[in-house]
Design a protein around this ligand. Structure first.
Ligand SMILES: [Zn+2]
Length: 232
């Protein structure tokens, strides 16, 4: 029974500390981080897009004004002073337009790179999500394996307990609760394997004198001492 309980304890420990658990939580963190980065990149992209739209609107206005000025200039009416002013305005508008177009070009380049960032992050996010679901599956598989090992061990423990005296099982459970999960220990070379204490010659003699189904206890820790190698 002690052997089964030790195995069960090890299985529970293994289940609680499956390497997939740490990997999964790291992968989930990565995925979450990418979601946030993507959000930021998308908002940066739409800011740049708005900036471009503003510049394009401005260019349309400048073009409209230039067209109107040209029309008035070509109609030839008005005083020469007025015509000179129109000519000057057209030059100013042409410079303004060239500068707006330079700006728009630069913004388009930034927009392109922002768009690439969004696409790249979306792809990384997709891969991170895949990794999370892969790890979730692996973890579920490993947990199920350990669960089935544990239920097999539970069955063997129950079978072992069924062959034992009720009072002894109760004593064992009580000791196990009190003594770090170990209620029974082997007696090897006069030493209790539970606490490491070497029993005195008189204790050993007393134990040796016990009938085979009498219960021997360690004087030091109180654990049930298992004399035969494969008992309990
Ligand atoms: Zn002991």
């Amino acid at each position: 029974m002690q052997a089964h309980d030790t195995v069960l304890h090890q299985l529970a420990h293994k289940r609680a500390n499956l390497p997939q658990k740490a990997l999964l939580s790291a992968a989930q963190e990565d995925a979450q981080h990418l979601v946030e980065e993507l959000e930021i990149a998308k908002s940066a992209e739409s800011d740049i897009r708005r900036e471009l739209t503003r510049l394009e609107d401005e260019i349309v206005k400048v073009e409209a004004r230039s067209a109107r000025d040209k029309e008035r200039l070509e109609s030839g009416g008005g005083q020469s002073r007025e015509l000179i002013a129109l000519q000057q305005e057209l030059e100013t508008l042409a410079r303004r337009r060239a500068s707006l177009e330079d700006d728009a070009l630069e913004v388009m380049e930034r927009l392109e790179s922002a768009r690439e960032t969004v696409v790249g992050l979306a792809e990384s996010g997709r891969l991170a999500d895949l990794r999370v679901s892969d790890l979730e599956q692996e973890l579920a598989g490993a947990s199920a394996e350990l669960d089935s090992a544990a239920s097999g061990e539970q069955a063997r423990r129950a079978a072992a307990a069924a062959g034992l005296d009720d009072g002894l099982v109760k004593l064992y459970e009580r000791l196990r609760g009190r003594l770090a999960g170990v209620g029974a220990a082997a007696l090897v070379g006069g030493r209790c394997q539970g606490c490491g204490m070497v029993l005195s010659a008189s204790d050993l003699a007393a134990i040796a004198a016990l009938a085979e189904d009498d219960v021997a206890r360690c004087e030091e820790c109180g654990r049930i001492l298992v004399r035969a190698v494969n008992a309990a």
